[in-house]
Every structure is written in C-alpha cells, then in structure tokens.
Ligand binder design. Structure first.
Ligand code: NCD
Length: 312
C-alpha cells in the first residue's frame, strides 16, 4: 500500500485486514513494540490538529519507530512560498512514511507525485479524512460486532465535515446500511455525494432536521462540529453553530445500545452530562485511533506480517 488519500483507496478486504490487525494489537501491545524500529514517520500538519497528529506519533512510538515533522505551516518553508510538492519531496528524503494534513482539498494527491515514501492523507480541507474513518470503523466493529446492517445518523455540519464524507463512502460498501442525515438546510450533505454515491448505488437514506424525530431508529449517532474554518461568513457560522446540542433529554428514546460517536474536537455538540453515559463512545474512538494507526503504519511499511499473530 503506497498511499492512502481517500477512504475509497481501501478495498473492503483491506479495511477488514486493518481492523483485524488493530484488534490483535489491542490484545497484546507489547508484541508490536519493536516492529518499526529504525523507521521514521514524518507528520506534516499545515492545519491545526490535536488527536490526529499525536495519535500518529503515539502509534509510531508504540511500534518502536521515531517521529519528526511540524505542527504548524508557519514554521515550515511554506511561508517562503515553497510548494507542497517540493516540501513532500524533501521530507520523503528524511523519512520512511509521511502523514500530512492540509487545508486545501486535493493537496495530498498533488504531493503524492513526488513522494518517495508511502503517503497518508491526515485530512484535506472539507474533502476526506481516511484515518479518522478507520478509527470510526474500528470503534463500530468493537461496539457492534459488525459493519453492516446498521442505521447511522450523521448529525451537524454535513456539508464541510470531511470525516462524514469519508466515513459515508466507506460504509456505503457494506450491505443493508441505512443513512439518516440530520442537519440544518444550509449544512446538508453535498450534492455530489448524493448523486454519485447514494443515488448511484441506490442506498437507503433520508434527510431530516431534528434529532428527536429519528433517535429511536438509530444504532449509531455520529455528531460533528460546525466547521468554523470553512465558512465564508462569520455571521452564518454564529447562526448555525449551536443548532445541535445532544443531551440526555434528546436521546431519552434511543435504543439501549445506541452508540454516540464524534471525531472530536467537540465545541458544544454534546453536553458533558453525557460523557459518563454508557452510550458515549467518543473517547473510545480516540483510543482506537492510536491502534488503527499502528496497524496502518505497519501495513504501509510492509511490516504487517512481522509479528506471528497466531502464536499463543
Ligand atoms: C476532525 C477533522 O480534523 O476533520 N477531527 C479529527 O481529526 N479527529 C473533525 C473536526 O475537526 O471537526
């Protein structure tokens, strides 16, 4: 696997293999602690991040590898006008694998042309975020035991939220899925996803505006932050930012085994009174992100068979 730019770059089999490997890692982390010895991961973040960058670094360190990189475009030669392609070309001379985040949609795809090492998209604008998708899939698999036959409600900023776009694409390939999109009119799922994905594959979906109207049906509710940085107009952001605040009352009628997911950071979308509720799984997602990135780094470096996974 030489790159991961879009969640659709992974076949269903590859996703299943990564999830299996992550689950083996969870069972016995110590067996994996030297797999990436002498390997270097570069994390190039042209856009802010807490979880994604640190979980990549934590994953590589947990595999015995080393990390380098920058967490702010201002401290890189991007400020001197260097192209993203030249930056990646350069960094691929210093590292064995690169994870990059960029505010522009498509930047990782452009950079890929000159990367001499495997390249991972850690989020590009409002487009895609495949490693968050792997995190979400691992969490769903661990909580529900399956990735098919589920009703999932995506709630919040479905227009700009790249984690939604990415996860939706991945889940669209599993059978018997039902998607319910909960958003204000202005933040609906983009037309291209409706036409090219949902309608083209004849998937079961509908759009609503209120959580309370659909909560009883859901196996999963995937909350998202209104993506302030992608708005053209601050007034619109202020008007829309608190449209959804999930609290005990709003999920009163949910199934007992509903799970609440959120890629985080949360601003106001989930009241903290839910944090200790057994349905809240957003910090389990954080934990899973580390393990699935360990599985991904190993696989992209061709080291997925280094540990004999069936030995007792
Ligand atoms: C998300 C992102 O960066 O797209 N965060 C993450 O990577 N866990 C979601 C967000 O910023 O709202």
């Amino acid at each position: 696997m030489k790159y991961l730019i879009d969640s659709m770059d992974l076949s269903v089999e590859e996703i299943d293999d990564l999830i299996d490997l992550a689950q083996d890692i969870i069972k016995d982390k110590s067996r994996y602690q030297d797999v990436c010895r002498h390997k270097i991961l570069a994390t190039l973040f042209f856009e802010p991040s807490t979880r994604t960058r640190l979980s990549f670094e934590s994953a590589m360190l947990s595999l015995g590898g080393k990390v380098l990189g920058f967490s702010n475009a201002n401290s890189s030669s991007a400020t001197k006008g260097e192209s993203v392609t030249d930056t990646i070309w350069t960094v691929s001379c210093y590292s064995d694998i690169i994870a990059m985040r960029h505010p522009k949609e498509g930047a990782p795809l452009v950079a890929l042309k000159r990367s001499k090492v495997p390249l991972i998209n850690a989020g590009d604008g409002g487009h895609n975020h495949p490693t968050q998708t792997l995190t979400d899939l691992l969490t769903i698999k661990r909580e529900k035991g399956r990735l098919d036959n589920l009703t999932i409600g995506f709630c919040g900023d479905l227009k700009f939220g790249r984690t939604v776009h990415s996860l939706l694409k991945a889940l669209s390939r599993y059978p018997h899925m039902k998607f319910i999109f909960i958003s204000p009119r202005e933040l609906r799922i983009p037309e291209y996803l409706k036409q090219d994905l949902l309608d083209a594959k004849n998937l079961d979906y509908r759009e609503v505006e209120k959580v309370e109207d659909v909560i009883e049906e859901l196996d999963i509710i995937y909350m998202t932050r209104v993506q302030k940085e992608r708005f053209f107009n601050e007034q619109d952001y202020i008007r829309l930012k608190d449209t959804y605040i999930l609290d005990k009352k709003k999920i009163e009628k949910s199934k007992k085994d509903l799970i609440i997911l959120h890629p985080l950071p949360r601003v106001n979308e989930i009241a903290t009174e839910l944090d200790d509720d057994p349905r809240a799984k957003y910090f389990d997602q954080v934990q899973n992100g580390r393990y699935v990135r360990m599985a991904l780094i190993m696989t992209m470096l061709g080291l997925e068979n280094e540990v004999d996974r069936h030995e007792d």
